[in-house]
Each structure stands twice: as C-alpha cells, then as structure tokens.
Design a binder for this molecule. Structure first.
Ligand code: UGA
Length: 433
C-alpha cells in the first residue's frame, strides 16, 4: 500500500522504516530538514538498536523515502500522524499544536476515501474533533495507538502485542485498510481490538498509567523496605511468581522517566479534570510523587556514603539515559540526579555509553567522560543510575583499584551486593538493606 507518515521522531521514523520493511511504499515527512537528511541517508537521528540497518535495507528497496514537503503525501491511501504531544510548559496537559498542524498541513493533499490514522498519544476526545475536520475533506479517520518501547522499537513495531483500531461505528473501509497494512502481523496471530475513538485513545494512556503505577507500587514497597531492613528485589521476585501480578515492571530503583510515562500520566490527569472525573485518577498524583521521591532518596544515599555532605566530593555517575539501550534523556532520573548533585557542590564526572551528547545539550556544564573507569578515577563514591549491560558487568575488583573510596550506590538494583561487598565495597541500594 502507499502510505505517508507525518512526523519522523521516534515513533514516525521507526514506523516508516517498519512499514517499508513489510512491503509498503512509504514516504516519511517531517518539518526538520536535518532529521530528514539523516534519515534519507540511512542514519537514525537517535540511538535505537536495529534502526539504522532497517533504514538502510528499506531505502535500498526504493520503497522508503523521506521528504520535508507534505505535498509528497498526496497519492498515499493511508496517512499516519506520528508527531509528538509533549507536556505543555505551564500545565500538566498535552500540547496538541503539532497534531493540529499535521492535520491542517495534510488536509489540502487528502483525496476522498483516504484514511488518516492517528498514532500520537492524545487526550481522549481528540480523535472525535479531528475526525470532523478530516471528514470535511471526504477522508476518514482512525486512531491506531502505538505501544513501542525505546530500545525495542523495531521489534515492538514489527511484532506488537496487539493492534488497536479506533474507528467510527460501521467504518468497515478503515478496518479493511488497516488489516491490509498489518496483514503480515495479523497472520501471525496478533490480537486486534476494533473499537471506538475514545476507547482507542484511552487504551494507550491507560496502558502507560498502569505501567507507571506498577513501577511506583514497587518503589513504594522499596520505601517501606528501607524502613524495615527488608529487600525489595526479593519481595518483587516473590510477589512476581503470582501470575496475576507478574514480575515484569517490578524493578525498584530510581523510577521512571523518558518522553512518555511521566507526561502521559500528567496529561491523563489533566484530561480527567476537564472531564470532571479527576477523583478517578487521583492515585496517579501519588504515582508521580513516589516516582519523584526516588530521586531525592538517591541524593540522600549519595550524601550518606560521602559522609554526610557531597560538597567537594568526587562522584562518578554511571548512566545518564532514562533507561539502557537508549540515548534519550528526556525527564531522565539519572541526568536529574547528576545535575542535583552538581548543584549541591559535588564534583560530578558522568558517563553513559550513548547519552553523553543528548545530556550535554540539556546540561552543558556537567563534566562528561567516555568510560566508567575515567568517571570512577579517584572517586569518593560511584553511583549506577542506568542499568546498561556494561555497568551490570563491571568488575568490582578492577573498579576498586581506580576509585579513591570503595563506595557504590546501586540506583537500579542491578549489581550483585555479595560480589561488591566481597571486593571491599561499601554497597548501598534503593530498597535493600
Ligand atoms: C513506554 C511504554 O512502555 C511503551 O509501551 C509505550 O509505547 C511508550 O512508553 C510510549 O508511550 O511511547 P518507554 O518510554 O520506551 O515506553 O520506556 P519503558 O520501557 O516503559 O520504561 C520507562 C521508564 O520506567 C524507564 O525510565 C525505566 O527505567 C523505568 N522502569 C521500567 C523502572 O523503573 N522499573 C521497571 O521495572 C521498568
């Protein structure tokens, strides 16, 4: 099928490359000429495992191209809208200006019968409003949320857990178009939920709200564990054996960040307030607070291992990305903690396998070094803030030979306390004795 993808950020770039890989004829469109130039030359504008290879192979087939000109969307049968919906600067609500701009720029190029498929995460009610505009041009609208995770974006797009189509009641044509697009995925037995606009929009934010709640639940247990000498990692293992609970997303530590979970739960609360159902989502305020308290607790632990004050202390920060296998530092707990420690007068040396450049853009004054060993040289304390495989596999004996003091705080519960203590380290972690 001929398709266009409006917005080539994380979501759009991956979606465009994956749709071409599935055999469709795809044009990816973005207003940022630098991003389009990179994508067109087969370079992923951000770190995402497998994306550059997929771009290269899809570009080579001639089925994938990129453009800054939205008129290149003309002639496609399906137009995906995959632009960002960040949090507004002055409130919890989502900023819909990019979605609105995408729809209005697309409008003159729509042919009757075209399908506009929304992928962006939007407040419930947005699709209904946009459908009226799109239908005015004789086209149709569907909401087709995306559930990809950074770091696994290609795999999640090609093999999703489920497909969700929000369509107008009785709009068989849109369902048929999406089925044709995702035929390869559906033939592998991927469940597909066909529903109305509001449900489709809600599925997306409800999923992220649930995941955020799961993380904050275990981090709340970590707070209790810290007060009682219990071990939250064993607690998570034990409750996780109950299939009704499940072990995934029960990793206690520094909490969630990134471009999705934090802003999505806040946007959800803002929308609930507008709808007069804010009480229903009151718990998300607590989820957010628990999450942010973890960062404070991490700073407290750093202070503790530094003997009560971090001012003038050399602190090695290992990990800046909001999670491993990503260079994304949007609302990253790790970068936030590094910056707070620097503000408190600590001499912070930070490193990350992929996120130094993205961190530098947000926090230009932090001191960045290339490796964990350089960061740790002469350090009074080492903090592991993102659980990259490189840091999980660090040798405590070898690292112990470069630091000033063998003190480590494991912000992601990703190290073996027994091995580190055996190598003479003072080991502290969030939610563990
Ligand atoms: C999240 C969702 O998982 C995706 O399904 C969704 O499509 C995406 O948002 C989106 O809305 O676009 P992502 O932001 O890539 O994906 O990251 P996650 O893997 O969900 O991790 C989010 C944060 O939670 C990270 O900071 C991670 O370190 C933290 N986390 C995760 C924990 O602290 N503990 C855990 O057990 C799991």
């Amino acid at each position: 099928m001929k398709i266009s993808v409006i917005g080539c950020g994380y979501l759009g770039a991956v979606h465009a490359a994956c749709m071409a890989d599935l055999g469709h004829d795809v044009v990816g469109i973005d207003v940022d000429p630098a991003k389009i130039a990179q994508l067109a030359s087969g370079v992923a504008p951000f770190f995402e495992p497998g994306l550059s290879a997929l771009l290269a192979s899809s570009l080579a087939t001639g089925r994938l191209r990129f453009s800054t000109d939205v008129s290149d969307a003309a002639g496609a049968a399906v137009h995906f809208v995959a632009v960002g919906t960040p949090q507004l600067g002055d409130s919890y609500a989502a900023d819909l200006r990019y979605v609105d701009a995408a729809i209005s720029s697309l409008l003159p190029h729509l042919a009757p019968g075209d399908l506009v498929a929304g992928k962006s995460t939007v407040p419930v009610g947005t699709a209904e409003r946009l459908a009226a505009i799109v239908e005015g041009a004789g086209a149709r609208l569907a909401w087709n949320p995306e559930f990809l995770r950074e770091g696994y974006a290609v795999k999640d797009t090609l093999s999703p857990d489920r497909l969700v189509y929000g369509v107008r009641q009785g709009d068989e044509a849109s369902v048929a178009a999406l089925d044709e697009l995702y035929a390869a995925t559906i033939s592998r037995g991927t469940p597909r939920v066909v529903t109305d606009f509001a449900t489709a929009e809600l599925v997306k934010v409800a999923a992220n709200a649930f995941l955020a709640t799961k993380i904050s639940f275990i981090n709340a247990m970590a707070e209790v564990a810290e007060a009682t000498g219990a071990d939250v990692t064993q607690l998570a293992d034990a409750i996780g054996y109950d299939a009704r609970i499940g072990r995934r997303f029960l990793n206690a530590g520094l909490g969630f960040g990134g471009g999705c979970l934090p802003k999505d739960i806040r946007g959800f609360m803002a929308r609930a307030e507008e709808l007069g159902v804010d009480q229903a989502l009151g718990f998300l305020r607590e989820v957010d607070s628990i999450n942010l308290r973890r960062r404070e607790r991490m700073v407290d632990l750093a202070r503790e291992v530094c003997g009560g004050d971090v001012a003038g202390k050399r602190i090695a920060v290992l990990g800046l990305a909001f999670k491993p296998d990503s260079d994304d530092v949007r609302d990253s707990p790790a970068l936030d903690v590094a910056a707070r420690l620097a503000e408190l007068g600590a001499v912070v040396r930070a490193t990350d396998p992929e996120a130094i450049e993205t961190s530098r853009r947000l926090r230009p004054t932090l001191d960045y070094v290339a490796t964990a060993e350089e960061a740790a040289e002469g350090a009074d304390a080492v903090l592991v803030l993102t659980e990259w495989a490189q840091y999980r596999e660090l040798d405590p004996v070898q690292l112990g030979s470069v630091v000033g003091t063998r003190a480590i705080v494991d912000g992601r519960n990703c190290l073996d306390p027994v091995a580190w203590r055996a190598a003479g380290w003072h080991y502290r972690a969030l939610g563990r004795p």
